[in-house]
Design a protein around this ligand. Sequence first.
Ligand SMILES: [Zn+2]
Length: 409
Amino acid sequence: MQDVDLYQRVLGLVEPWSVQRVTLDVTQRRVDIQVEHTAGVKWACPQCGQELACYDHVAERTWRHLDTCQFQTHLHARIPRVKCPEHGVVQASVPWAEPHGRFTMLFERLVIDVLQATHTVSGACELMRISWDEAFGVMQRAVARGQSRKKAEPIAHLGVDEKAFRKGHSYVTVVCDIDRSAVEHVADDRKIESLGEYFQSLSAEQLEGIQAVAMDMWEPYIQATMRHVPRAGDKIVFDRFHIMKHVNEAVDKVRRQEHRQLKAGGDDRLKGSKHLWLYAAENLPQKHHSAFRELCDQNLRTGRAWAIKETLRRLWDYRSTTWARKFFRAWFGWARRSKLEPIKRAALTLQRHLDNIITYCRHPITNGVAEGLNSRIMTIKRKACGYRNRENFKTAIYFFCGGLDLYPQ
Ligand SMILES: [Zn+2]
């Protein structure tokens, strides 16, 4: 078969490498390409670049390459070794593959693209006709590559959130770069050390460069940030959505208590109304408007709790901390006089954390990005029956959500 020139061009091979032989096996639907180098050329030591004569060759190796018209295509070559006075006997590098890789770089690139497009390892296995371990290996190498290329640049806005890894008790802490919408770090658990280990991995300059950190009012995260980030007291921003969630939970408690009492007297007014009270007023679907208005007019305790909750949302409209504080003081007084226990308790929690709620005035960030990444992480988890352990799961998170430069070069 005289496709030597064609394959030479397809593979982009240049001196000293050239295609010697192409073997086509029609029944196996397979193409084998033998690649050789001209004799007498010098090779660079991969560590120091010194040009040296060929010392010997390693045994022939095979790389899977992009299919040729649906024929699996394999490249074969013997890699020369050099004897560097400084680094000893080492393998020269070849232009089509990374050291120790089993795929050519072009093939590996395509696997990366297919993984990114399908979001599943098994999907890529099927399309690329490779094994699960091979596909996952591509993923691992891509993440290692991306992480080693990543520059230690300051990240202005961080988001920290927890994610349940298994139902119930097992958590991971996810740190993300809000401006890049990318996962920076995934740590086991949700303890002080979980977040602390991330901060410890940063340079002094990076720590100094952190302008704000969005998080839930979760004590271990607060402590880790206070411990590692300079002037953290001005930089922690409790996430408004988490705060509203706490207050919504209080509203729901009031509703449950009231519903129980009403029901005991045969009054079913609050039945099925749970979600109506949890909407932000402007998001309440049109079809519920009249029913909801009617409920609001009935002077129910739940209605009062709802009004207190809705009013609180104005806190995030202020750009001045002084005015935000004034507003909160008025709201807090109202909540504390409300005679609604769950609301009174929620108000106390907020008061205790107020300083870092109104940091929002200066750093208007939320954990929305982290939440978005979290739902992507859940998709990965759902589709990934194969990530046998937490480390594999983390690799997948970095691969799909890390914003890394994954390709071999
Ligand atoms: Zn060397």
